[in-house]
Design a protein. Structure first.
Length: 64
């Protein structure tokens, strides 16, 4: 499945670059990365709690 998804994403990037230029290419690339990361979070393969948790948990300190 992943090779086919990579092929589709590469094709979309190529079309955006060919017909739209550099700006649309970057927009498609950025949205693709955001979508990929969102999918990893939804599947549970990427844990963002260390980024969005309380500051004292990020540093590994207790609240006492």
């Amino acid at each position: 499945m992943w090779p086919l998804a990579g092929l589709a994403f590469g094709t979309v990037l190529g079309l955006a670059a060919g017909f739209g230029g550099f700006g649309p290419f970057l927009a498609v690339l950025l949205l693709g990365i955001i979508g990929f990361l969102a999918g990893r979070v939804i599947e549970g393969e990427l844990d963002l709690s260390s980024l969005f948790g309380p500051a004292n948990e990020r540093r590994g300190r207790s609240s006492s």
